[in-house]
Design a protein around this ligand. Structure first.
Ligand SMILES: Nc1ncnc2c1ncn2[C@@H]1O[C@H](COP(=O)(O)OP(=O)(O)O)[C@@H](O)[C@H]1O
Ligand SMILES: [Mg+2]
Length: 208
C-alpha cells in the first residue's frame, strides 16, 4: 500500500511540475490568458498575507504586512497573487522558526513597489544570478526536504515580465532575503474602464 501511496504522490508531484512548466511556457509565449483590470496591490497583499499567516504560525514565524490600500496597478489579479504566494512560500520555506517575514507595498515615484523580506537562510552571491532559472535550487541538500521543484521564481518572473514589472533580489547568505517587484502604477482612475466602452450600449441609450 505504501508503494502505491508514494507512486501516487510522485505522479502528483510530476503533474504539478508539468502544469507549472506549461504556465511558464504560455506566459513566455504571450499566450497565457491575462486579465487587465485595476488591481489594488495593497489590498491584495494584505489579503494574501492574511491567508498565509496560518502557515507562518505553524512554523513559529511572524508574518506581517505593511501595505496601504489604494496602490493601483493594471493587471491580472490572480497572477499577481501568484507572485505574492510564491515569494511568501519561499520566505516560509527558507526561514527557520523564530524568524520574521514582511510584506510591504508602497509607491516610489511612478512605480508600485512590492517587497517580501525574510530573516532566513539568504542566498549565496554565486547563486543569485540563477535563482530565476527553471529548476534551479541554490542548496540542493538544504532544500530537498522542503519540497519544491525550483519553478516558483521562474513563474514569478514570467508573470512580472507579462506585467512590465521588474523583479530583483537583495540577499546575502545567512542574512535573509528581500525580493522587490516594481510595477508601473495605473494612471487611470479606479473605476474608470481600462478600454474604451463600445458606444450605443444599453447604459448610454438609457441616459436619455
Ligand atoms: N526567500 C528565500 N531565501 C533563501 N533562498 C531562497 C529564497 N527564495 C528562493 N530561494 C532560493 O532560490 C531557489 C529557487 O526558488 P524557487 O524557484 O521558488 O524554487 P523552490 O522553492 O521550489 O526551490 C530555491 O531553491 C532557494 O535555493
Ligand atoms: Mg519556491
Amino acid at each position: 500500500m505504501d508503494q502505491i501511496g508514494s507512486a501516487l504522490e510522485e505522479t502528483e508531484r510530476l503533474s504539478r511540475i508539468v502544469e507549472n512548466l506549461l504556465t511558464i511556457a504560455r506566459l513566455d509565449a504571450g499566450e497565457a490568458r491575462m486579465e487587465k483590470v485595476h488591481v489594488d496591490l495593497g489590498e491584495l497583499a494584505a489579503e494574501t498575507t492574511e491567508q498565509m499567516k496560518l502557515l507562518a504560525e505553524e512554523k513559529s514565524l511572524s508574518m506581517r504586512c505593511y501595505a496601504r490600500p489604494g496602490v493601483y496597478v493594471e493587471g491580472d489579479r490572480s497572477r499577481l497573487r501568484q507572485v505574492m504566494v510564491n515569494l511568501l512560500d519561499n520566505a516560509l520555506k527558507y526561514t527557520p522558526g523564530g524568524g520574521e517575514i514582511e510584506m510591504r507595498v508602497r509607491v516610489d515615484e511612478h512605480r508600485a513597489i512590492l517587497e517580501v523580506a525574510d530573516t532566513g537562510a539568504g542566498i549565496p552571491a554565486e547563486a543569485l544570478p540563477h535563482v530565476f532559472e527553471r529548476f534551479y535550487r541554490a542548496d540542493k541538500a538544504r532544500s530537498r526536504e522542503s519540497g519544491g521543484a525550483g519553478l516558483g521564481l521562474a513563474i514569478a518572473k514570467a508573470i512580472c515580465i507579462a506585467h512590465d514589472a521588474e523583479i530583483k533580489i537583495a540577499s546575502s547568505e545567512g542574512q535573509g532575503s528581500r525580493f522587490i517587484v516594481e510595477l508601473p502604477l495605473s494612471n487611470a482612475e479606479p473605476g474608470e474602464p481600462l478600454t474604451p466602452q463600445p458606444t450605443g450600449t444599453a447604459a448610454s441609450v438609457k441616459r436619455d
